[in-house]
Design a protein around this ligand. Structure first.
Ligand code: DGT
Ligand code: CA
Ligand code: CA
Ligand code: ZN
Length: 575
């Protein structure tokens, strides 16, 4: 069985959760949890590192003891210690613990007082109004739990894109060795680069369907075969992700790809358009009325062409006006990863990052950037060791020196300043004026009522020192809802004050989302795409931001870090 980084981080995280519920030492719990986060964020395959005998303690937050646990997981597929804790603490309690508003004490209380061990049992207790009777809970907590349970249900049916990718890519690699398969492509929401995907839809051309399906179901990551039909097979992977494979003929490849890429709404719009032209579109091709000889089907381009349309990039296929734009010849020239010249949001060991300024700069240079901005946290963000004004001044000094000494990459002086509850910033203007790039973000009081939250951020946006509004909605996909916020007002203010809105490329954030990207572009607002990296590995998350930008119809011109460093600083009115 292949062990993915995700498998390792999940085992470590579960161990941390169960230990915490059991009341274990806080420090010990944290060491597991931090290691889990760290493992989740590295891009190299850990199982291979173990096999190669590499030193795992080089990974941040991984000490000797955790390194041994990782080896055990890679070698045996499980962790003995976790198996032992599971005998004392019901495993599913970790799901309770991870609901917002329930900590270890409440989990324990729900377990001990009401005998709750699973989310289903919690749901029943909420419905029976039993939770509100517990000490320190009440109706408000019960309502919150009820909301959280609903969100959890939605989330369990979909998978974060970046997570799906970890399972999809090895499957594609596996098929390279399959002689019976020719072309292979993942369609569906995955090809459209949606932030979460329901299942993977894979298309394969080849004539020996049985050989292809046998090969597929023998994939080492396949957990169970849901159904096997004549030309379609569905399975669950061990990660619970569902995969549908369809085998098609060469002459229908384009038609099937178009159909299975979707979206459903895009497909229906195309079909209606075809009907108006007395044509029939399906997953086999385009057919003139009453004829069974297709006039197109081998490629997507010809499918669109016979409908008098230009080929439409998959990320745009959501029926948000792309068919009209294609007809008029006004499709945008979407931004690509290559267009980006720098990454202007990242953290270092000066606050909560894992790597030094020098290490981040070297890694970014290797990645191919011309410049980066170091943007550490400031004082209000105390959990991250946010910097006081004098500490930031010292860091800026160090950035300048690093910039002089490290060739072929420019290092800009930045900070990610906190927007306080009243809309003022947590550092004075005289230090902010010294920055090349000033990002401002909300980190606390994310649950204010909409008008108060909006007013707060609008006020911050009136500070002349702010260049970029960081992760504007504050959402964490499937984990935390966006803040209650009038985003249109924020976008209008950004247009008025020439403030750049960030597209945070962290695959858990993707904030702005695609719709707000579109809205911002419509109002002439510029955006940035940055990783907010806290480690060198996360510098590779840039692509997820690009996918989101493409889903929002953005072009290179809309994104400020497609500019050179000099042009960028000029645009921001700095230096
Ligand atoms: P997902 O998996 O929920 O993230 O979203 P999709 O878009 O991958 O949807 P899925 O897996 O249910 O189906 C894959 C594609 O197949 C979908 O994007 C379009 C096509 N499709 C599925 N059902 C229908 C349908 O009823 N009508 C049309 N026109 N196309 C459909
Ligand atoms: Ca799908
Ligand atoms: Ca599907
Ligand atoms: Zn940040």
């Amino acid at each position: 069985m292949p062990i993915h980084n995700n498998d390792i981080s999940e085992i470590l995280r579960k161990t941390a959760d169960l230990l915490e519920i059991e009341g274990a030492d806080e420090f010990r719990v944290r060491s597991y949890r931090q290691a889990a986060n760290s493992v989740e964020n590295i891009t190299d395959n850990l199982a291979e590192k173990v096999k190669d005998g590499e030193d795992l303690t080089k990974i941040s937050d991984v000490g000797e003891s955790i390194a041994d646990k990782i080896k055990e997981i890679v070698n045996t597929g499980s962790l003995q210690q976790l198996e032992e804790i599971k005998e004392r603490v019901p495993e599913e309690l970790s799901k309770l613990l991870n609901l917002e508003g329930i900590g270890p004490e409440r989990t324990k209380e729900l377990h001990e007082e009401l005998g709750i061990e699973t989310l289903d049992e919690l749901k029943k207790a909420v419905e029976n109004k039993e939770v509100r009777e517990l000490e320190g809970m009440g109706k408000k907590v019960e309502d919150k739990i009820s909301q959280e349970l609903q969100r959890k249900r939605d989330q369990e049916t979909r998978t974060l894109f970046a997570r799906a990718e970890e399972y999809a890519e090895p499957l594609l690699d596996y098929f390279i060795e399959c002689d019976a398969a020719q072309k292979i492509e993942i369609g569906g929401s995955y090809r459209r680069r949606k932030e979460t995907i329901g299942d993977l839809d894979i298309l394969i051309t080849g004539s020996d369907v049985d050989a292809i399906m046998d090969y597929f179901t023998n994939f080492e990551d396949v957990q169970d075969v849901i159904k096997r039909g004549e030309s379609r097979t569905s399975v669950h992977l061990r990660s619970d992700i569902r995969v549908d494979v369809a085998v098609i003929k060469d002459e229908s490849y384009g038609a099937a790809l178009l159909y299975f890429t979707g979206s459903k709404e895009h497909g229906i719009h195309l079909r209606d358009r075809a009907l108006d032209m007395d044509l029939k579109v399906n997953e086999y091709g385009v057919f003139p009325e009453d004829e069974d000889e297709s006039i197109a089907g081998e490629t997507e381009e010809e499918m669109y062409e016979v409908l008098n349309l230009k080929w439409i990039p998959p990320e745009m296929r959501e029926d948000r006006g792309e068919i009209e734009a294609s007809e008029k010849g006004t499709l945008p020239n979407l931004i690509t990863l290559d267009d980006l010249k720098g990454d202007i949001h990242m953290h270092t060991t000066h606050t909560d990052g894992d790597a030094s300024i020098r290490e981040m700069a070297k890694a970014a240079k290797e990645y191919g950037h011309d410049y980066i901005a170091i943007t550490d946290h400031t004082k209000r963000v105390s959990v991250a060791g946010g910097l006081e004004a004098d500490e930031l001044a010292e860091e800026l000094d160090e950035i300048e020196k690093a910039d002089e000494k490290i060739d072929d990459i420019r290092i800009l002086k930045g900070a990610e300043v906190d927007i306080l509850k009243d809309g003022s910033l947590d550092l004075p203007d005289d230090i902010l004026e010294k920055l090349d790039i000033c990002i401002c973000s909300v980190h606390y009081h994310t649950d204010l009522p909409e008008d108060e939250q909006t007013k707060r951020i609008l006020k911050a946006m009136d500070n002349p020192n702010i260049d970029i509004l960081g992760h504007p909605s504050g959402r964490l996909i499937q984990e935390r809802e966006p803040m209650a916020l009038d985003m249109e007002k924020i976008i209008d203010k950004a247009a008025e004050n020439d403030i750049v809105l960030e597209i945070n490329a962290n695959p858990h954030r993707l904030d702005l989302d695609d719709r707000h990207c579109m809205m911002a572009k419509d109002k002439g607002v510029k955006m940035s795409i940055s990783t907010d990296a806290h480690s060198v590995g996360e510098l590779h998350n840039m692509k997820y931001g690009v996918y989101q930008a493409r889903r929002g119809w953005l072009e290179a011109d809309d994104i400020i870090n497609t500019l050179s460093a000099d042009e960028l600083l000029k645009m921001l009115g700095r230096n």
